[in-house]
Design a protein around this ligand. Structure first.
Ligand code: HEC
Length: 108
């Protein structure tokens, strides 16, 4: 079972490596989101009720967040906001830029 999972991960990585560069970038932003953002912001940017209450989170695809400019979104991710720590140093500028593009795809 573990071996099968590893084979799947290997196959998945291989397929991603073959994908067109824009597609690969979108995929890696989705992966970064899953690994670093989803715990608070929730799948597809929709936080659980508990998280939303505890942290004052708004859905990333909702009007309030989508009304923010790209540079505001970039600044929030880079420098942190409220209970979110700064991602400067953890993520590259390119990764943060890809995440902003990803957040735009969550628009309702
Ligand atoms: C520890 C929980 C946590 C994690 C992890 C986290 N955030 Fe946040 N994020 C927050 C909180 C809290 C706010 C501020 C909400 C507020 O006060 O409006 C916020 C705000 C934002 C905002 C500004 C929009 C807004 O609602 O104010 C963006 C964009 C954002 N986060 C993106 C991300 C991205 C991208 C990641 C992953 C790299 C991430 N966050 C990881 C908790 C988190």
């Amino acid at each position: 079972m573990t071996l099968r999972l590893l084979q799947r991960i290997a196959l998945f990585s291989f397929v991603i490596a073959l994908a067109l560069p824009p597609l690969a970038a979108a995929q890696s932003a989705a992966d970064t989101y899953k690994g670093k953002c989803q715990a608070c912001h929730g799948p597809a940017g929709v936080p659980s009720d508990g998280m939303a209450k505890a942290m004052g989170l708004k859905p990333l695809g909702g009007t309030d967040v989508q009304a923010m400019s790209d540079s505001d979104l970039t600044a929030a991710i880079t420098n942190g906001k409220g209970k979110m720590k700064p991602f400067k140093g953890t993520l590259t500028d390119a990764q943060i830029k890809d995440l902003v593009t990803y957040i735009r795809t969550l628009k309702k």
